[in-house]
Design a protein around this ligand. Structure first.
Ligand SMILES: N[C@@H](CCC(=O)N[C@@H](CS)C(=O)NCC(=O)O)C(=O)O
Length: 213
């Protein structure tokens, strides 16, 4: 039995939901209400000291954190359909693009960062929105430049199957849409994100299709 601790609008939890759906795995999701800082409660921090979702428990085993590590574990435990291309160079491209989003850009827009901007730098709602838009747009422009160079005409970023790079890209585009970021300058990103959203595994995981409480 797979238990996901997540939250409807968490982009990182969305990634894990998509990966679970792509693998055809059944899971239950327990809501950690980020709106009320439930992630900071001692009971949840006992599961994930970072105080962040996603956190996954498989068959009552140890809690697993970090969406990329969780997705790669799922891929190793359930190899079909693969979440990484078979060609070593394309695997490296896929991991690198996934990290661009999950390691470098998405962390900048998490609640802990915007909370700190508010409490320590007097950033009001407008300033926080400007901050989020800036980093989300920059990440997608950087991905666009990468795809111009790396894309080989496949349906998704690096292959004809959606994988970790596509999942991370789709999550960041959801963030962009939520903050009304103008994406007219990222056509490759937009085409791949549309291909992802047309896939049932992605649409079922969509934030707006999740329970909120
Ligand atoms: N790099 C982590 C990010 C985890 C993360 O920051 N999750 C956010 C929601 S998308 C969270 O729970 N944040 C709580 C907070 O910032 O207080 C991953 O990919 O799993």
């Amino acid at each position: 039995m797979i238990k996901l601790y997540g939250y409807w609008r968490s982009l990182a939890a969305y990634r894990v939901r998509v990966a679970l759906n792509l693998k055809g795995l059944t899971f239950t999701e327990e809501i950690v209400d980020l709106a009320t800082d439930a992630q900071l409660a001692p009971a949840f921090r006992a599961l994930n000291p970072q105080g962040a979702v996603p956190t996954v428990v498989i068959d009552g085993g140890p809690p697993l954190t970090q969406s990329l590590a969780i997705m790669e574990l799922l891929d190793e435990l359930h190899p079909e359909p693969p979440l990484l291309p078979t060609d070593p160079l394309r695997r490296a491209y896929a991991r690198s693009l996934a990290l661009l989003f999950a390691a470098d850009h998405h962390p900048l827009i998490t609640p802990r960062v915007t909370r700190y901007l508010r409490s320590n730098f007097a950033a009001d709602d407008d300033k926080q929105t400007e901050w989020v838009r800036h980093w989300v747009h920059q990440s997608l422009q950087e991905a666009e430049a990468r795809l111009v160079r790396e894309h080989n005409g496949s349906s998704f970023c690096h292959s004809d199957l959606p994988g970790i790079a596509d999942i991370c890209l789709a999550s960041q585009v959801l963030g962009a849409k939520a903050f009304n970021v103008d994406l007219t300058d990222t056509p490759h990103v937009n085409r791949i994100s549309a291909a992802c959203l047309a896939n049932e595994a992605f649409s079922r995981a969509h934030p707006l299709r999740q329970p909120r409480v």
